[in-house]
Design a protein around this ligand. Structure first.
Ligand SMILES: Nc1ncnc2c1ncn2[C@@H]1O[C@H](COP(=O)(O)OP(=O)(O)OP(=O)(O)O)[C@@H](O)[C@H]1O
Length: 302
């Protein structure tokens, strides 16, 4: 193990379809101004988790900064889970839902300053059918959108939007769900069941305004019908949380069953069609460098 103070920079060269060299140069400069050494690792898409685990063993970094999309952030989150290694995020993917949710600003300069700062927060993570979820998973129409978007070949928010109209028209919704928690059993039909650790979709739409990222609970939201006016309001940050539009269950553990297999996504990655989901929360297990305002907000609420 190396004795110097290292930061590991994990770069996904294909994320978001854009060149990362100016970001790497800017990070190199900022790190050189501090008392750190930098080790850069470019992901290959093949066995990256094992390689990053070995680099952690070898370099003992105090911080890992990710330049990539939600998929790369999740990958590194698995590597630093329950460790005292700070995760820094420089969003460079196609949708960047986690960065939106963490209130990370748009400019690279600010993003680097935050990724290197001492403002950190320990956040909850969810485990859903054994997979880590930092942000939001869902069953139903949004997962169908993610699936159609991934297979469309059109990247970015525009591609996501283009897919939404045929998906909404062709969907087999409503779906029928049974939700089992320590509090009891709930039966409900809806077009979308979201499992939310946080409160925004990758598109920026607020679906869970009361969600807190470090409270040791998660929310299950069953949207009963997706009417276009309500979707529009939700995207504009004024969600209708009335009970005829959405039912909300807050809990620590749940088993969700559906009468038929339906599309399922975690953190923007389409997983498959399933009819049973087991969810639990692990409180404050991931140490993330976040904007000062965001950290203060959650520290004082907690
Ligand atoms: N060098 C590489 N070549 C090809 N694929 C790679 C490489 N490095 C990582 N990947 C793949 O990139 C994906 C993660 O991309 P990430 O989510 O970070 O960015 P993204 O642009 O938002 O992508 P997506 O739109 O697919 O979510 C993983 O599927 C991973 O296997």
């Amino acid at each position: 193990m190396k004795s110097e103070n290292y930061i590991l920079l994990v770069v996904n060269p294909i994320a978001g379809d854009n060149d990362k060299s100016s970001i790497i140069t800017a990070v190199e400069y900022e790190v050189s101004q501090r008392d750190y050494k930098l080790k850069i690792y470019e992901t290959t898409g093949d066995d990256d988790k094992n390689t990053i685990d070995s680099l952690i063993e070898e370099y003992n970094p105090s911080r890992i900064i990710v330049v990539g999309g939600d998929g790369t952030i999740s990958l590194v989150a698995e590597c630093v889970y329950e460790k005292e290694i700070i995760l820094g995020i420089i969003p460079a993917g196609s949708a960047n839902g986690m960065a939106v949710n963490f209130g990370i600003p748009e400019t690279i300069k600010e993003q680097i300053a935050i990724a290197l700062s001492d403002w950190t927060l320990k956040v909850d993570v969810l485990f859903i059918n054994g997979r880590m979820c930092l942000h939001i998973a869902d069953l139903g129409i949004n997962a169908e959108l993610v699936k159609n978007y991934e297979s469309s070949g059109v990247r970015g928010k525009w591609g996501y939007f283009l897919q939404s109209i045929p998906t909404l028209i062709n969907s087999e919704s409503p779906f029928h769900f049974t939700i089992e928690t320590a509090e009891g059993m709930v039966n409900e039909s809806g077009v979308l069941l979201a499992i939310a650790n946080a409160n925004k979709f990758g598109t920026g739409a607020t679906i869970n305004p009361n969600g807190k990222i470090n409270d040791g609970i998660f929310e299950i939201l069953i949207f009963k019908h997706l009417d276009f006016i309500e979707i529009f309001k939700t995207i504009n940050d004024k969600p209708d949380m009335s009970s005829d539009f959405v039912q909300v269950i807050s809990t620590e553990n749940a088993i969700i069953r559906s009468t038929k297999k339906i599309p399922f996504q975690i953190d923007g990655e389409f997983i498959g069609e399933i009819d049973e989901v087991k969810v639990s929360v692990a409180q404050e297990k991931l140490l993330v460098a976040l904007p000062e305002k965001f950290c203060k907000h959650y520290t004082f609420q907690h």
